[in-house]
Structures are given as C-alpha cells and as structure tokens.
Design a protein around this ligand. Sequence first.
Ligand code: AMP
Length: 345
Amino acid sequence: MTRTDQLCQPDQPDQPDHLAPAHRTRPRALSLLKPTGHLTLGNYLGALRPMAATQEHADCFFGLADLHSLTIPHDAARLRSLVAEQAATLIAVGLDAATLFVQSHVPTHSQLAYLLECVATTGELGRMIQFKEKGRGVESTRASLLTYPVLMAADILLYRPEQVPVGDDQRQHVELTRDLAVRFNATYGQVFTVPEITTPPVAARVMDLAEPTSKMGKSGAADGPGVIRLLDPPDVVRRKVARAVTDSDTGPDAVRRDRAEKPGVTNLLDILEACGGSAEGLTTYGALKRAVTDAVVAELDPVQKRYAEVAAERAYVTETYARGAERARSVTQPVLAAAYAAIGL
Ligand code: AMP
C-alpha cells in the first residue's frame, strides 16, 4: 500500500466518512487553489508551505478549483495546462499526504451549488465586494461571476469542516456560506454543519519585487518582472531579484525593515527570512539581493527537482488525483443526498 493509499482511507473505516465533526478523530481542513496562473513564491510561502504543515494534524482535502476559473473569459487549452502544472506542483511540495482532487472531477460541488442557489438571493450575491469590483465598469459579465460565491459555499459545506480559516479578502464569502447553511437548515431541516470562521496564523505576505506595495500575484501581471514563479530556474530568480526595487537611501543602516518608507527592502528581508536566510551583517542592497537569491534558490531547488520527477510520472499524478476525487465524492455524496432529500427531490 502506498502512502497515498493509506492516507486516503477514512479516519475510522468502520464509520461512515461523512459523519458530523464530533465523530471525527482529526479535524478536517479544506483548501482550494484557483488555476488561473503559474504558482508564485507568494503562493508557496503564503499557502502551499502552510498547507503542507496542516497535513500533520488534520485530514486535508486540497483541490484545484478549475470551475472557479471560468467566471471570466478564459482560454480552454491554457486552463487545462495550468491544472496539469498545478496538480504536479501540489505533489512536488509534498501535499500528497492529503486528499488531492480537481473540483470538476467531483460533481457534487456543482450539484450542491445549484441547490444553494435556490436558497441564495440575487440581492445578497450582488452585494459581494468581489462581484462589484470585478464587474465594475462592465455592462454585462458571465452569470457565474455573480454565482460563484454559492459554488464556494458548496465547496465548503460538502466537507462539513468545523472551522474555516480565512483571510480578510474571503471573509464575506464564508459569511455568505454560513448564512446559506443556516437558512437551508432552518427552512428544510438540519443538513449542514455551520462552520466557524477563524483567523489563520499569519503567513508570509510576499510583495511584487517591482511594485512592492502590491501583492506578488499569479493572475494579472504574473509574467511581470517582479513575480518569482515557483518553477523559475535559478538564473531567472537571480535576474528578477537583481532588478528588485529598493530605494535611494545608501546609508550604513540602509538594509532595514520599514514597511512605509522602504517597502522594497522590507519585502526582500521578509523573503530572506521566510526562506531561512539571515540579514545579519548585510549592509548593501547588492549583498542583500545576493543573499535573497541564494535563499530563494535553495528553498525552491528541492521543489523543482521533485516537480521534474513528478511531471515525468504522469500516471502517478493521474492516479493520485483520481483516488483523491473518488474519496472526495464518497465523503460528499451523503451530504448532497441529505440536501436533495431535505429540499424535496
Ligand atoms: P491566489 O493566488 O491569490 O488565488 O491565492 C492562493 C493562495 O495563495 C491564498 O491562500 C493566498 O493567500 C496565497 N497567496 C497568494 N499570493 C500571495 C502572496 N503574494 N503572499 C502570500 N500569500 C499569497
């Protein structure tokens, strides 16, 4: 039996896997990544590395949210290739102790989303900040841009997690999830566990090297000079770090943290520390950049080597995700069935 086989077993094989939280031996954790671009150093330090740590104490379901990538005009071939790349990357960073799946391979997500659309209102969806922001100035958008928070609610409620750690940008969506769960339960009978919203432990927030007041993001300017991709080879990392914005202060204490006055230097120091390096004795920007490059290259090297192995083993990737999707389906099907029965289907 492989490691993944063992870890894909329910916690207690003699108990149904969908049992309510009180019956679980480990808490459940759920995290979905949207395959809208190449994963960055920001995704790695802010999400993938913490996800790897979560696997040690929780029963984790990690998914690639391909359906969520369809809310704005997209290219089908690019989406397919990003899903393949991210699927192998998640394994390369060691997330295969979790149940890994692609969202569209687990149809219960969209099936439950429809039922929840029948308890959600256009009014509350229209008030979602992200809908307003992404739809601003556009006469008409894909209807899914309005409804995707309901799909997100389904993503969460199907797994009955006790808690959902969420950053400020997603808080409103998880509040909607709770509202929909409470409303469904009150109207049709107790089906959903209403998850608690918790604040995640502070993770590294990596800023764009060229625009250090903006987040290093995988969408938008992901090909920009200030974005380090997880799979960037060492010479590309070196070039991007060498061109990182610092400032014109060259005094003896120029290399110091000051988020307001020196956002570029502060970001480089944060990255250095997050990658296990030290700024001790560094007095020039050149020395800082060399140290950052070395630390980032050393941090990414094992991931990139493992990525090359994993990407060459297509069958392993396919099998891991097929097994993950099968477990995700079996965990979520009873919840969907309960929702269908309660709503009168
Ligand atoms: P996104 O790429 O914005 O869809 O985010 C996916 C995950 O990566 C989320 O958990 C984000 O918080 C995390 N993440 C994305 N960009 C960064 C960044 N620059 N610094 C830290 N975490 C990030």
